[in-house]
Design a protein around this ligand. Structure first.
Ligand code: LLP
Length: 444
């Protein structure tokens, strides 16, 4: 069965009676006029559909905690939708904790992750009542115990481990151990558990957590991960007489950025995970653990598009043809950081023949600021609206103010209604954190 992460475009995308692209019942050209460009657009229906896919796909396993990895896109409105859909949250900073909190989400369903959480962030997490901390290293165990003790609290933790599996996007390797900045090596787990049992009595261990990579296309990697986690869980029970009964597989399921990508459906992934879990539960003789999964990209990517306005164009003699947009690497750093590829259409003439090969350049002062190399598009002119698909994940969340350019606005579309969920940054916003010492103040 297909799932929504396998689509190139939001599920509501169509060409409307104006001959323009429409998403969520909203004409993209009108959205660009109303809110300006660049503009992030999030289709609520697509987001809710993928949540539904995940819940349905995993319904065959009785104990599943669906967590959304906030790092993919963390705003109050997006968090509120995921909370409504019954998702918890994997968060990695005080900022993400606070955003999820402000959205009104259930904080007991939040898990705090990260390899160098600060004292202040851990305090905030405890004060706001988050459900779990994924303890990453020895330093953190000691810090967390100290904070918990000073508040007379017990903190519920998972141990983040490095399972010896590494995903290089579409292929993976297994090694005895991995050189990773995240988590405890398999050989360090016992020492960590001994500390928790004997010294860090304000920590309560519930289970193990791992994450093997992102934009994963191979489902079998999850089966290998599960075997390692279940085996370790059984070993800890045996050796320490503990009853940890939770395993967190992390995130990773891939999405379709271009026609060349064929990510597996969430249903296939769930089938592999659940059957491997059941097999290993029998093999290692443990009672079924609670399963956590924490996808980010596959939940939000397909729901998001970015609208740009075409400005200058040029034909390099004997070289490429370029068309420049009013955004680029500050609103989407993925092409310049990871050579990521995207698919685009002209929102005001989606039916026009893609007659030219044109490279879509950003507006930032850097040669590497190219959004799409050699795109097949119709003739473009100044004022055309370009829609780049699959920009929901890791675009706004990694956006910067490079070149002192404000971050775009974001709108949520559904049933022909658009609601602004992030305001566009203004010139005043850009200088609002600057301070001029008295001695430098000019006379103007
Ligand atoms: N859990 C943990 C512990 C993670 O480190 C991550 C992502 C996730 C869950 C969510 O993974 P996802 O389902 O989104 O693949 N900026 C990069 C992606 C970095 C992912 C880091 N960790 C990009 O734009 O491709």
């Amino acid at each position: 069965m297909y799932s929504t992460n396998q689509f190139l475009k939001p599920v509501t995308t169509k060409i409307n009676d104006n001959g323009n692209l429409e998403i969520g019942g909203c004409d993209l050209v009108e959205l660009a006029e109303k809110y300006g460009t660049p503009l992030y657009v999030v289709d609520e229906q697509t987001l809710r559909n993928i949540c539904h896919d995940y819940k349905k796909a995993f319904s065959a396993y009785p104990k599943v905690n669906m967590m959304y990895a906030s790092k993919a896109l963390c705003t109050c409105a997006v968090s509120a939708i995921l909370n409504q859909e019954g998702f918890g949250f994997d968060v990695v900073s005080g900022g993400e904790i606070y955003t999820v909190y402000k959205s009104g989400a259930d904080m007991s369903k939040v898990l705090f992750n990260g390899n160098n959480k600060s004292y202040d962030e851990l305090e905030l997490a405890l004060d706001l009542g988050i459900g779990r901390v994924s303890a990453d290293n020895f330093f953190e165990l000691s810090l967390l115990n100290e904070i918990a003790k000073s508040r007379n609290k017990t903190v519920d933790i998972l141990l983040r481990i490095t399972p010896g599996i590494e995903c290089h996007t579409h292929e993976y390797i297994q090694t005895g151990h991995l050189d990773s900045k995240f988590g405890f090596d398999l050989t360090q787990i016992d020492e960590a558990v001994e500390l928790i049992v004997n010294e860090y009595t304000n920590l309560r261990l519930h289970g193990l957590h791992a994450h093997i990579g992102s934009q994963i296309f191979e489902t079998s990697i999850y089966a290998d991960e599960i075997e390692i986690l279940v085996k370790e869980l059984a070993r800890l029970r045996e050796k320490f007489g503990l009853e940890p009964d939770e395993i967190n597989l992390g995130g990773g399921p891939g999405v379709k950025y271009t026609d060349a990508d064929n990510p597996p459906s969430v249903y296939e992934i769930a089938e592999v995970i659940i059957s491997s879990l059941n097999k290993n539960i029998d093999k290692y003789g443990i009672k079924p653990p609670t399963l956590y999964i924490e996808p980010g990209r596959s939940v939000i990517s397909t729901a998001g598009v970015t609208l740009y306005t075409i400005g200058s164009s040029k034909q390099v003699p004997h070289g490429r043809k370029y068309a420049a947009v009013d955004g680029g690497m500050s609103d989407n750093p993925r092409p310049s950081m990871y050579q990521a590829e995207y698919f685009a259409q002209a929102a005001n003439k989606p039916a026009a023949e893609p007659l030219q090969t044109v490279t879509i350049a950003g507006r930032f002062c850097e040669s590497g600021d190219i959004l799409i190399k050699d795109a097949e598009l119709p003739e473009l002119e100044e004022g055309d609206i370009l829609c780049v698909f699959n920009t929901g994940a890791y675009n706004y969340s990694m956006a910067s103010n490079y070149n002192r350019v404000g971050k775009p606005a974001m709108v949520l579309v559904n049933s022909s209604q658009s609601d602004m969920i992030v305001k566009r940054e203004t010139l005043e916003d850009l200088v609002s954190h600057d301070v001029i010492p008295d001695k430098l103040k000019g006379s103007r």
